[in-house]
Design a protein around this ligand. Structure first.
Ligand SMILES: [Zn+2]
Length: 220
């Protein structure tokens, strides 16, 4: 496909370069955006091409992954890398189902290598969205509720944007939106409410939250 190109990515484990397909940003065409920020694309879908498999060591990763500690590297080497499947479609065009498989493996390696909760939750949100795209609403809600668990514990232990990997106001909006996805309106109301009454949140994000909440209330 002409709107895909090979991008060079460095593997966080073996530090070698792997080429992976990406959608040319100037060719990404947005068809519409859902209330929670999920973009529907005309033509190639940008989300499908985020997970990467290293062609040298089999490690699955997302470009948001941080450095791996020495202990984690030993554990990967001794117990994990040889058990990971080699997926030929990881470096080519992908179907939604193949991308889902890659995201699940990325989430698995994110957990094993103790990536930030914000990264693990983001991968869960992506999985929820891809299931929405193929109309599997039970799976969509399941992955949304897993992302909620991660985000809520992140909120309860929140320190700073830098350490937590996400601004607090964005975190509140994500949690509220995810509760809306799981159709738990009471929790959605509570978390949007926290944003509306927040002293620190910007007017911009409050306005966004209001329009999300209005959209949620119209659904039934
Ligand atoms: Zn590697």
């Amino acid at each position: 496909m002409p709107d895909l190109y090979f991008k060079k990515c460095t593997c966080p484990y073996c530090l070698k370069i792997t080429e992976t397909k990406r959608v040319l940003s100037r060719h990404a065409r947005v068809a519409s955006t859902d209330f929670d920020g999920f973009i529907r694309y005309k033509g190639s879908n940008v989300y499908l091409y985020e997970p990467v498999q290293c062609i040298h060591c089999r490690f699955f990763f997302h470009e948001s992954f941080g450095k791996l500690s020495p202990d984690v590297r030993v554990m990967l080497q001794e117990h994990i890398l040889s058990t990971l499947p080699v997926l030929p479609f990881a470096s080519t065009e992908r179907t939604i189902e193949q991308a889902i498989q890659l995201y699940k493996l990325c989430l698995y390696t994110a957990q094993l290598t103790e990536q930030k909760a914000a990264i693990q939750a983001m991968l869960g949100v992506r999985l929820s969205w891809l299931h929405r795209l193929i109309g599997q609403s039970e799976e969509e809600k399941l992955w949304a509720s897993r992302a909620i668990e991660k985000y809520v514990s992140l909120y309860e232990n929140y320190t700073s944007t830098q350490k937590s990997g996400i601004p607090e106001e964005v975190l509140l909006l994500r949690i509220a939106d995810l509760y809306a996805v799981t159709q738990d309106k009471e929790q959605a109301r509570l978390w949007y409410g926290r944003l509306f009454h927040s002293q620190e949140a910007t007017d911009k994000i409050k306005k966004e939250a209001r329009s999300h909440w209005e959209w949620v209330q119209e659904q039934d």
